[in-house]
Design a protein around this ligand. Structure first.
Ligand code: B12
Ligand code: SF4
Length: 517
């Protein structure tokens, strides 16, 4: 009997940019009594059904963008006689759907770290429950990943999570609902142990797969002080103190390491924090800019962001303190007008962001936007090929509308065309070459250009590009660029790297692996 864990994907590039962390965390949670699980990441290559035997357990992770392929994998596994288990954010939000569409035997909601072992043992004993709830576990219970089961030659970046949850409540984001608004912080010792393991294996580029790396703002602290809420103040200061402790430890790791994370723009108020990030080699962060106008920000419940010139200054502050920004912008908001596209690309170019992404407004399930849209649609639902548009993830991608929510004055075609224009302008050769001047050598500069083009091409496959011929061309060139780019990220393994030895008292539970050098 084998346990298989499958990360479904419609696009297999042979090389992936970032490791899907859940795969290696669930591998860690798999009981040792059943042996090592077989891991399949379809963003590298598609699953071979012949590897599944009757009686095997197949765990599939689904988010809303890959769920259709996930259900196909479930049907394949069922035909081979396996027990099929679903988990991940989409299964958490729609636990009945995998039974209706994907031949599920069980569905796991919430975090899998703790509950997965029980699920496997129950399946083996033939007493599996229909639905399990893994809940929101505490940070100290997060498992370290089984990187020994990963093929380092297939990934550019590894991913390590240091914190889960976000205190904000942006209308387009499901994180604060599914992962909670209370940040759950992992013990920094466990994070460092895992990173040392990865560096030994030749990974020096690591994505800190966090929702928000800046969980406590100066405003949070000021308000707690003003309200004389000493318990809250103490808890906020502890979380913040642990962030600095983590960064201080990251700073002691080999100097060639590069970290990347996600953070709110508020961090620019706290230059001490940015300086600590720089010292910790956190060289870049995705910042959700979303909109460049106050109306746009208000419409997505993100008034804590800046707009106009103040926004450009805020983003420049990151750069001045040595943290590169990947600015993330949304198009298709009801407040957008034809002039918004040019205004946005102008701000993106002026504010010194190193990379940018321009995504289409998508009502992801679990968000405020989705709930509002579903309510509007309930009166007179739009159907596509027999499926209500509010279940768009079930519509085959070739006929799935790219713009789902109607815009008051622009057609979907106009929005897509203008968005495409913004991508083209931001990533034209001249702009990329100018931005590449931030690199220290000619080799790094060329790597920067390749990476910019790769980023641009990969997005062309996710709906930004309008016709399938263009998508296909983008896909094959992305495959080629991905192979070349991976070589740039490869580092010489450091098998003898000595990790810190923690005080026994400070040692967190469930660290998985222990490094004594
Ligand atoms: C890092 C990250 C990325 C990275 C890396 C992706 C990768 N290769 O892993 C990048 C930047 C590339 C990315 C891209 C995208 N992402 Co993303 N990403 C994240 C983020 C911040 C963390 C994911 C992570 O690694 N978590 C750590 C692991 C350990 O946690 P986990 O995946 O939740 O898994 C746990 C449980 O869910 C459960 N579980 C998961 N799978 C399974 C399976 C079984 C069988 C079981 C039992 C349990 C189980 O157990 C795990 C351990 O506790 C999440 C936010 C979040 N909090 O989840 C968004 C998130 C998953 N992304 C999201 C989105 C929308 C995207 C994009 C579609 C964005 C876009 N417009 O292009 C793309 C899709 C790319 C793709 N095709 O996969 C949404 C998904 C929303 C939804 N309803 O599906 C999220 C939730 C963010 C959000 N703002 O809402 N993403
Ligand atoms: S978009 Fe970012 S800041 Fe807003 S709720 Fe989601 S994770 Fe938090």
């Amino acid at each position: 009997m084998s346990v298989h864990l499958v990360n479904p994907s419609d696009h297999s590039f042979g090389t992936a940019v970032i490791t899907p962390r859940w795969l290696f965390v669930l591998a860690s949670a798999t009981p040792r009594s059943v042996g090592d699980p077989i891991l399949v990441d379809e963003s590298i290559e598609v699953i071979d059904p012949a590897t599944i035997a009757a009686g095997d357990i197949v765990g599939i992770s689904v988010h809303s963008a890959n769920v259709l392929r996930g259900y196909e994998v479930g049907r394949i596994a069922k035909e081979r006689g396996a027990t099929v288990v679903y988990g991940g954010i989409h299964a958490t939000l729609f636990p009945e759907e995998p039974f209706e569409r994907g031949c599920a035997d069980c569905v796991v909601k919430g975090d899998g770290d703790v509950v997965w072992g029980r699920v496997v043992n129950d399946c083996l004993a033939g007493r599996q429950q229909r639905v399990y709830d893994g809940g929101k576990i505490e940070g100290e219970e997060f498992l370290a990943a089984r990187w020994d089961l990963m093929d380092p030659a297939k990934y550019m970046w590894a991913s390590v999570q240091t914190i889960r949850g976000c205190a904000k409540h942006c209308s387009f984001c499901s994180v604060w609902r599914t992962d909670g608004q209370k940040p759950r912080q992992r013990a920094y010792q466990s994070v460092i142990d895992e990173i040392v393991d990865l560096r030994r294996r030749g990974f020096r580029f690591i994505a800190l797969a966090d929702d928000n790396f800046y969980p406590v703002t100066l405003t949070d602290l000021r308000l707690a002080r003003q309200q004389n809420d000493l318990i809250k103040l103490e808890s906020l200061e502890r979380v913040r103190g642990e962030r600095f402790a983590l960064m201080a430890e990251l700073a002691k790791l080999p100097k060639d390491m590069v970290f990347f994370t996600q953070i709110t723009m508020e961090a620019a108020e706290d230059t001490g924090y940015l300086d600590a990030m720089k010292k910790a080699n956190i060289k870049g962060a995705l910042v959700g800019v979303e909109a460049v106008t106050p109306e746009g920000l208000k419409s997505v419940f993100k008034d804590f962001n800046y707009s106009g010139e103040a926004l450009a200054r805020q983003l420049q502050t990151f750069k001045k303190h040595g943290v590169h920004v990947l600015g993330s912008f949304i198009f298709g908001l009801t407040t957008d007008q034809p002039s918004t596209f040019k205004a946005t690309v102008d701000v993106a170019l002026r504010s010194g962001v190193t990379f940018a992404q321009f995504v289409m407004m998508t009502p992801f399930p679990g968000t405020v936007d989705f709930a509002r849209w579903e309510k509007e649609q309930s009166l007179n639902p739009t159907m596509v090929d027999g499926t209500p548009i509010t279940r768009y993830w079930l519509i085959p991608t070739r006929i799935r509308p790219t713009m789902l929510t109607p815009h008051p004055s622009m057609s979907p075609e106009e929005i897509m065309e203008r968005t495409q224009g913004v991508w083209d302008r931001f990533y034209d050769w001249k702009s990329v070459w100018t931005r590449s001047a931030c690199t220290p050598s000619l080799r790094a500069r060329l790597a920067f250009v390749l990476l910019s083009k790769l980023y641009r091409q990969m997005y062309a496959g996710t709906g930004i590009s309008t016709d399938s011929a263009r998508r296909q061309k983008a896909k094959s060139s992305a495959r080629w660029i991905a192979r070349q780019t991976r070589k740039i990220f490869q580092a010489k393994p450091m098998p003898d790297l000595v990790g810190p030895i923690w005080e026994p008292k400070a040692k967190p539970r469930n660290t998985g692996l222990v490094y004594l050098g």
